[in-house]
Design a protein around this ligand. Structure first.
Ligand SMILES: [Zn+2]
Length: 255
């Protein structure tokens, strides 16, 4: 559940077994009256959708009460209905939003080598590199990975334009650090909601002058609000990030 335009957006994850079923979702406060909600052009439901995979129909409403679900398949059998009646929904509270839409390690660090692993945490010589270098052509949108406050927005010769969000992941406070940005949509002390657009990637700081084919977002997770040290391995810290991070990207797809 997250706030979108001051309304709660509820994401419903359907059971995989519902794949191919067309379902309607209606919020109600008391006993639902399906017939009364039928209008000339069809049912006055909030949302009708066909389940394509294990995810994800979205509805937006002010408060959450209960949901009524009915199949609308042409050959809807009693068994289908029983099955749906016996189904359950997982109401997912979003605790993480990836900083970039596409999460993959940036490769191509020299003219002769394709080495995405060097973009990982500790991936440089001697275990150096305390963050992730994520593939991001200049101008790629960066999103707030958690809800929180902009802890800092400093610019340095190494990291360039940066944003640090102070927020919680699964109950623990971290400092989420974005570097080499080209622009920022937020400033120090701003409050950000999870998934907010906070800036665009760039090649500022010591990435300035690098070839376009090396453009990336340098992303760190710090356990304290310091500029040096206290850096955690993002892949070990955030399970959603680890699951979505492509560590063996296709060279031909990184422009
Ligand atoms: Zn880096």
């Amino acid at each position: 559940m997250k706030l979108v335009n001051n309304q709660n957006q509820l994401t419903i994850i359907f059971n995989k077994a519902l794949k191919g079923k067309k379902v309607q979702i209606e919020p109600y406060r008391n006993k639902p009256d399906i017939d009364q909600s039928k209008k000339a052009g069809g049912y006055d439901y909030i949302k009708s959708t066909t389940i394509k995979a294990e995810a994800a129909a979205k509805i937006t409403k002010l408060d959450t009460t209960k949901l009524w679900l009915e199949t609308q398949c042409d050959d809807c059998t009693k068994k289908d209905k029983e099955f749906l009646n016996g189904s359950f929904f997982k109401l997912k509270a979003i605790s993480w939003y990836n900083p970039l839409e596409k999460m993959e390690l940036r490769g191509w660090y020299t003219s002769t080598q394709w080495t995405p692993i060097k973009s990982s945490y500790g991936g440089r010589t001697g275990g150096k590199h305390s963050g992730l270098d994520l593939y991001a052509p200049v101008g790629t949108s960066c999103y707030a990975c958690v809800e929180g406050f902009i802890y800092d927005d400093y610019t340095s010769t190494s990291y360039g334009k940066t944003i640090t969000i102070k927020g919680k992941y699964k109950g623990t406070t971290y400092y989420f650090f974005y570097a080499h940005l080209s622009s920022r949509n937020v400033k120090k002390n701003d409050y950000v909601k999870i998934g907010d657009l906070i800036g665009k990637t760039g090649q500022s700081g010591n990435a300035n002058g690098q070839a376009a084919k090396m453009a990336h977002l340098h992303f760190e997770i710090r356990t304290k609000g310091t500029k040096i040290g206290n850096k955690a391995n993002p892949s070990n810290t955030v399970i959603e990030l680890r699951k979505s991070l492509i560590t063996n990207p296709e060279k031909t797809e990184q422009i």
